[in-house]
Design a protein around this ligand. Structure first.
Ligand SMILES: Cc1cc2nc3c(=O)[nH]c(=O)nc-3n(C[C@H](O)[C@H](O)[C@H](O)COP(=O)(O)OP(=O)(O)OC[C@H]3O[C@@H](n4cnc5c(N)ncnc54)[C@H](O)[C@@H]3O)c2cc1C
Length: 509
């Protein structure tokens, strides 16, 4: 009995439930399908493709070390499976469940129909704490934590040899210039994990939001988790082992940092669960009342200025330019650039979200679209945060090193005026000449956005709010930690109202 083991966003052989499952059942054809139609989508990019290619090379090496190989075929998934099935008939396909974008969701439906028609069984196994066909969030955290605590799955010791040719890979686009992109492949993932848990992570809690220190103190594992060169469970268990090591030790930052890191790993599954439960959130406001709040057709001048880091708001521009060159931003900076797009520039989250999706090497649809909506105030249940780019620049880049690195036009501007160059006496030499005037008055634009959001929240349909809470809200304790199974039904009405309706808008004006 031969099985196609279909690699998707799980490019490793360790802790790979699908590979182990397939290997137990006889001959295995390890397959990766490179789908040109996917790579032509507006939320994918050359940087992600390059990262993928590097990861495939390492995976191929790993499979060869087991006596097998990775068969890479290029084309539409059904066409590829069909022709491969003609070359080597199979009785089943095994893969991991994928929580991808609408395109991969539709593709999976087509593959499922094709497999059924051929009498081929397609088994999809979970590889993370995301639960398929979940009915509401009660019990989710418990089930997620149980999955993450289960023993890792060992890679097979050997696999039967296969002799099937791979297709040549299409050349990588050079249009997406990302000179400081992270490299793909499991070796890099393990090296980042080790370095983070033993050295870099010590100041994680303190430095994670800094544009300079954060780039070192954060794990930088996101792209690896997105492409699955390492599993979330491997990372979480390695962190847990380190937590046991530091327990009771000196108060040197490690315990707090590792705890924060574990929470982020849980957030990963929490946000991906949202898209799993409601795939439409990639295209529609989570809370229906917010549909139409911003014009669907974005103001092209504003969008382009924002995308290119040409808004005249120095810290925002530095973040956008840095993202273009590195493929990464820390969480706070991501939230801030979205806040400016969605509030100050009043752009619809779908257009700004597509640009960011392309820029992030770690693009993970489940996290990305849920976060885009949360940071744009369209979930109806989260407290909108209107980050002020001037204040963020002053707080997070007090020396101006990051801003000056990415916005060299402002090299001469004194520290005191760096984030507000229009207040500097010498501004006439720079503004409107080498660097633009600010695209909006930050305080005024925030005030206008706040008013619009306030009136929308006031009139939003309560039953829709309750639907969103039931389906998507995390069950948390008072300290904001995920708890197991606190049912909202038992939450007093008053507390529910507080959570959903009374959330105050947060500003850092
Ligand atoms: C608008 C917006 C879009 C985002 N899009 C993505 C995306 O496409 N892909 C992506 O991986 N992350 C996304 N994030 C979440 C977060 O910013 C990144 O995961 C993080 O910055 C990646 O760096 P790191 O691996 O060093 O993270 P660390 O801080 O070291 O965290 C470890 C891991 O935990 C997970 N994680 C961390 N923060 C979050 C969070 N807030 N929500 C969910 N999971 C989290 C990630 O898998 C991350 O790799 C987005 C955040 C925002 C505000």
């Amino acid at each position: 009995m031969t099985t196609f083991l279909w690699f998707k966003r799980d490019l490793r052989i360790d802790d790979h439930p699908a590979l182990a499952h397939a290997a137990e059942r006889g001959a295995v054809v390890p397959l990766y399908i490179l789908e040109p139609d996917y790579w032509a989508l507006p939320d994918t990019s050359g940087r992600q493709r390059a990262f993928l290619q590097e990861s495939l090379t390492v995976l191929q090496r790993q499979l060869r070390s087991l006596g097998s190989d990775l068969v890479i075929r290029v084309g539409d998934a059904v066409d590829v499976l069909q022709s491969l099935h003609a070359e080597i008939p199979v009785t089943q396909i095994v893969s991991h469940e994928e929580t991808g974008n609408a395109w991969t969701f539709a593709r999976d439906k087509k593959v499922s129909a094709w497999a059924k028609a051929q009498g081929i069984r397609w088994t999809e196994l979970p590889q993370a704490g995301v639960v398929r066909r979940l009915n509401g969030r009660d019990g989710w955290a418990k089930s997620r934590n149980r999955f993450v605590a289960q023993p890792q799955i060992n890679a097979p010791k050997a696999l039967p040899p296969i002799n099937l040719p791979s297709d040549p890979l299409p050349t990588l686009t050079t249009a997406d210039h990302c000179p400081d992109r992270q490299s793909g492949g499991r070796d890099h993932a393990l090296s980042l994990l080790g370095g983070f848990l033993t050295e870099r992570g010590q100041t994680y809690r303190k430095d994670m939001s800094s544009p300079l220190e954060g780039a070192v103190a954060c794990s930088r594992l996101s792209a690896h988790l997105a492409f699955g060169t390492v599993s979330g469970r491997e990372v979480s268990q390695a962190c847990a082992a380190r937590q046991r090591e530091v327990k009771g030790g000196p108060r040197d930052g490690w315990a707090g940092s590792l705890k924060s890191f574990q929470s982020r790993l849980a957030w990963r599954d929490h946000f991906m669960q949202k898209l799993e439960d409601e795939p439409a959130l990639e295209h529609r406001c989570l809370h229906r009342a917010y549909e139409g709040m911003r014009p669907l057709e974005p103001d092209a001048t504003r969008l382009t200025a924002w995308e290119n880091g040409e808004t005249g708001l120095p810290f925002l521009d530095a973040c956008m330019r840095s993202l273009q060159a590195t493929g990464w931003l820390n969480f706070r900076m991501r939230a801030m650039v979205v806040a400016v797009a969605s509030y100050h520039l009043w752009l619809d989250w779908r257009s700004s979200g597509k640009h960011l999706a392309r820029m992030f090497t770690d693009y993970e649809a489940g996290i990305h679209w849920s976060q885009m909506q949360m940071q744009s105030g369209t979930t109806g249940i989260n407290t909108p945060r209107i980050y002020n780019p001037i204040k963020q620049g002053t707080d997070q880049d007090p020396t101006g090193t990051f801003t000056r690195r990415w916005v060299p036009e402002l090299a001469e501007v004194p520290d005191k005026h760096l984030q507000t160059p229009w207040t500097w006496d010498g501004a006439g030499h720079v503004l409107g000449k080498t660097y633009p005037d600010p695209i909006v008055d930050v305080a005024e634009a925030a005030r206008a956005a706040r008013q619009k959001i306030f009136s929308m929240r006031g009139s939003a349909d309560r039953s829709e709010t309750q639907r969103v809470i039931h389906k998507h809200a995390s069950r948390k304790d008072s300290a904001g930690h995920f708890v197991n199974d606190r049912a909202p039904r038992k939450t007093p009405r008053k507390a529910r109202k507080t959570q959903a309706d009374n959330a105050q808008l947060k500003f850092d004006l």
